[in-house]
Ligand binder design. Structure first.
Ligand SMILES: [Zn+2]
Ligand SMILES: [Zn+2]
Length: 637
C-alpha cells in the first residue's frame, strides 16, 4: 500500500480550517471533513508504547476482527505502538478499545440500539479509560472504526491504496461521544467498487450486496425470498414453461396479461411455495419484466388501464398480490414480516395521478407493506434536480413529487454512467448532490442501488465520483467543492493541480456544449452528449477546440515525471485518464481530421494503456479489446 504522506500535512490544515468554519451551525461535518473531538488527559500511546488492548467479542465475526485489525494497523502506523487484539473476557483493570458488541459494552451503560442507528449507524463513546465502538450491525462497527480512526489519527481513505493519517509521538485518547448514521440507510454502488475494489467501497461506507462476505459485511441477496428478487413475475412464471398451456398469458411483445385470474392464482401459488421453502428471506420484489415497454392490450387489461392509468393498473395487481400473500402468511406463518417492492420505471414511472395531481383511485395507492423502487434514469444528469433551466428535471421532479404524495415508502435505483460509452468523462457532478438530497428529503429513500459502469472498472474520474457518492449518501449537505478539493489532494498528490485542471477543462467544455444546445424549453442533457455515436456533427461540435490534445498534453507531462517523485500507483491513475480520453480519439479518429497514417499507432498505444490499467469494458457486457479489434479492422477496410 502506498501512503501519500506528503500531502498529509496540507490536508490536515484544510480539514481544520473547514471544520472550524463549520462549527458555528451544526457542530462541524459540513465539508466531508469532521469536527475535531477534544483530547482527554489519558495517554493512548507514547514513544511507541501503549497500555491499551483492542477487545473483541469471544465470538467475533470475521468482519469485526477485520475492524479490530484496522484499529491496530493505523494506531501502529501513527504512533509506532502495536496494540494486542484480545478476545473477551477482558481482565479487570484493562484499558481497552472495545470493538463490536462486547460483554463489556453491554455492562457499560452505552446503549447501541439498532432501531435507532439502523444497520450502518454507530456509536463511538469514551467512558473512563475505555472507548466503545459499535454499530447497529457489523458494517456499522466497521464504519464506526473508520470514524474513530479519522478523529484519533487523521485517517482518511481516498481509496484503498490512498489512505492518509498523521503521526504522533504522544497520542491522547479523545473524548468521544459520537452517534452517527447514514442519510440513506442502505447504499450500494456497482461498477469499479463492485467489480474490482470492494475494499475502497467499504472505506467509502457502501455495503456491497453482491461482494463476497468475510472481512467485509454484505447484506442483501440473502434477504430476498428465493426466486422472488427483481423481476419475480417472469421469474416465477417463465414464458418457456407456461406459454405451452397458457399462451394467452404472454401477449406478443408486452408484459404479462395481468387480468387473467388463473395467472394470478398460479403466481400466488409460486410465491407461497417459495415462502414455504425459504423461511429466512424477508423481501419480495414484484418487478415487471425488462425490455417490454407496453402493458397487455387485451380488452380487460385495456379497460383497467383506461380507468386507472398504466401504473394504476400495475399497482392494483401488485396490491392484490400483497393482500393475498399476507392472508396466506397470517394463516400459515403468523408473525412473518415480508417487505414487498414494485418498480417505478419505464412505463411504470408515471405516477397513478390525474391532471390535478391527485391519486386516481384509492385502490392504486401502493400497499403500505410495498416500497416503490423508483428508477431515475430519466433525469437529466447534467443539471441539478431543481435547476429552473432544465426542462427535463422539471417534469421528472413533478412526477417524483406526485409519487411522494401517495406513499412514503421508497427505495431508489439510480444511474450514473453513459451506458453506450463508459470511458469518456460523464458530467453528473452538478446533479449528484441535488439527486441524493431529493432521494433523502423528498422520498425518504431507505435503500439506494447506484447502477454505475456495470461489470467494468474504468471511467474518467471514477474514484472521485464514488468517493462523493459515499460522502453524500452519508450526509447530503457536505460542501461539494471543499470535498472535491480534498479528494484531488489526497488521491492525486503531486499531480493534484494538473488533474484538477483536466477535470475543470472537461467541465467547462460540457458547460459550453450545454449552453450551445439547451434552451429553457428543451434541455440537451449534456451529460449524455456522447450517446449519439452515429451523429458525426454532434461529436465534432462537442469536441471542438482540441480538447483531446489539450488533455493529452497535460497527462503526458504528468506521466513523464520521475517515478521516484510520482510513484507507480499514481502513474496508473494518470494512465487511466489517458485511456478515457484516447477512447474518443480511437472511436472518432476520422471525424477529427487526424492524419490517416497515425491511426495504427494510436490504436496500439490505446491497447497498451488498457492492458497496463486492466481496463475491462467500454460498455456493459462488451470487452474493450472487442472494441480495439473492431477499430483495427477499419485500418484495412
Ligand atoms: Zn390482458
Ligand atoms: Zn438538464
Amino acid at each position: 500500500m502506498k501512503l501519500l504522506k506528503k500531502s498529509l500535512i496540507f490536508l490536515l490544515c484544510i480539514t481544520m480550517i473547514f471544520s472550524v468554519a463549520a462549527c458555528g451551525d451544526k457542530g462541524g461535518d459540513e465539508t466531508g471533513g469532521k469536527n475535531i473531538v477534544a483530547d482527554t488527559d489519558i495517554v493512548l500511546a507514547e514513544n511507541g508504547v501503549s497500555d491499551y488492548k483492542i477487545l473483541v467479542p469471544s465470538d467475533a465475526s470475521m468482519a469485526v476482527e477485520y475492524s479490530a485489525e484496522e484499529v491496530q494497523k493505523y494506531i501502529e502506523l501513527s504512533t509506532g505502538a502495536k496494540l494486542p487484539i484480545v478476545k473477551e473476557p477482558a481482565s479487570a483493570g484493562d484499558k481497552v478499545l472495545s470493538i463490536g458488541r462486547t460483554a463489556l459494552l453491554e455492562g457499560s451503560g452505552v446503549k447501541v440500539d439498532i432501531n435507532e442507528l439502523g444497520r450502518d449507524g454507530f456509536k463511538v463513546v469514551r467512558k473512563g479509560n475505555n472507548v466503545y465502538i459499535c454499530g447497529g450491525k457489523d458494517s456499522g462497527t466497521a464504519f464506526g472504526v473508520f470514524e474513530f480512526l479519522h478523529d484519533e489519527v487523521g485517517y482518511e481513505a481516498y481509496a484503498e491504496d490512498a489512505i492518509v493519517y498523521d503521526t504522533h509521538a504522544k497520542l491522547m485518547v479523545k473524548d468521544f461521544d459520537k452517534s452517527d448514521k447514514p442519510a440513506i440507510p442502505e447504499r450500494f454502488m456497482d461498477g469499479t467498487m463492485h467489480t474490482v475494489d470492494n475494499a475502497s467501497s467499504y472505506r467509502y461506507r457502501f455495503v456491497n450486496e453482491y461482494a463476497s462476505s468475510g472481512k467485509y459485511t454484505m447484506y442483501g441477496l440473502e434477504t430476498y425470498v428465493k426466486g422472488c428478487s427483481a423481476h419475480a413475475l417472469h421469474d416465477l412464471l417463465p414464458r418457456a414453461e407456461y406459454s405451452v398451456n397458457h399462451p394467452e398469458w404472454y401477449p406478443d411483445g408486452t408484459q404479462l396479461c395481468l387480468s387473467k385470474q388463473d395467472l394470478f392464482d398460479e403466481f400466488i401459488k409460486k410465491i407461497t411455495e417459495a415462502l414455504d421453502t425459504d423461511r429466512v428471506g424477508y423481501r419480495i420484489s414484484l418487478g415487471q419484466e425488462d425490455g417490454f415497454t407496453r402493458w397487455c392490450g387485451c380488452r380487460a387489461c385495456s379497460d383497467e388501464q383506461n380507468r386507472y392509468g398504466g401504473t394504476g393498473y400495475w399497482l392494483r395487481f401488485c396490491n392484490k398480490v400483497v393482500n393475498k400473500v399476507e392472508e396466506w402468511i397470517a394463516e400459515n406463518q403468523p408473525g412473518r414480516e415480508i417487505k414487498y417492492s414494485a418498480f417505478a420505471y419505464s412505463m411504470g414511472f408515471e405516477p397513478p395521478v390525474n391532471d390535478n395531481h391527485e391519486l386516481i383511485d384509492e385502490s392504486c395507492r401502493p400497499h403500505e407493506k410495498m416500497a416503490i423502487r423508483v428508477c431515475t434514469g430519466g433525469f437529466c444528469h447534467y443539471h441539478a434536480v431543481d435547476d429552473p433551466n432544465c426542462s427535463i428535471n422539471k417534469v421528472m421532479l413533478e412526477k417524483l413529487q406526485d409519487w411522494a404524495k401517495i406513499t412514503d415508502n421508497f427505495t431508489v435505483w439510480g444511474y450514473s454512467a453513459e451506458y453506450g460509452h463508459y470511458l469518456p468523462f460523464f458530467d453528473n457532478f452538478s446533479f449528484m448532490q441535488s439527486e441524493i438530497k431529493t432521494y433523502v428529503e423528498l422520498l425518504n429513500c431507505q435503500n439506494l442501488f447506484m447502477e454505475y459502469i456495470s461489470g467494468s472498472n474504468m471511467t474518467s474520474f471514477d474514484y472521485l465520483r464514488c468517493y462523493l457518492f459515499g460522502k453524500l449518501c452519508w450526509n447530503p449537505d457536505i460542501d461539494m467543492e471543499a470535498t472535491i478539493n480534498e479528494f484531488f489532494k489526497g488521491y492525486y498528490g503531486e499531480v493534484a493541480t494538473e488533474m484538477r485542471d483536466i477535470f475543470d477543462t472537461y467541465r467547462n467544455h460540457v458547460a459550453k456544449v450545454d449552453a450551445a444546445n439547451s434552451t429553457p424549453d428543451k434541455c440537451y442533457n449534456a451529460a449524455y452528449y456522447h450517446a449519439d455515436t452515429d451523429q458525426k456533427d454532434k461529436w465534432t461540435r462537442t469536441f471542438v477546440d482540441n480538447m483531446i490534445e489539450k488533455v493529452n498534453a497535460v497527462l503526458d507531462k504528468c506521466l513523464a515525471l520521475p517515478d521516484a517523485e510520482r510513484g507507480q500507483q499514481l502513474y496508473n491513475r494518470i494512465l487511466g485518464e489517458r485511456v478515457c480520453i484516447m477512447y474518443i480519439k480511437v472511436l472518432k479518429f476520422d471525424d477529427f481530421g487526424y492524419p490517416a497514417y497515425e491511426r495504427a499507432a494510436v490504436i496500439d498505444q490505446f491497447e497498451a494503456d488498457c492492458i497496463a490499467t486492466d481496463t475491462r469494458s467500454y460498455r456493459e457486457g462488451h470487452s474493450v479489446f472487442e472494441f480495439i479489434e473492431s477499430q483495427r479492422s477499419k485500418l484495412y477496410a
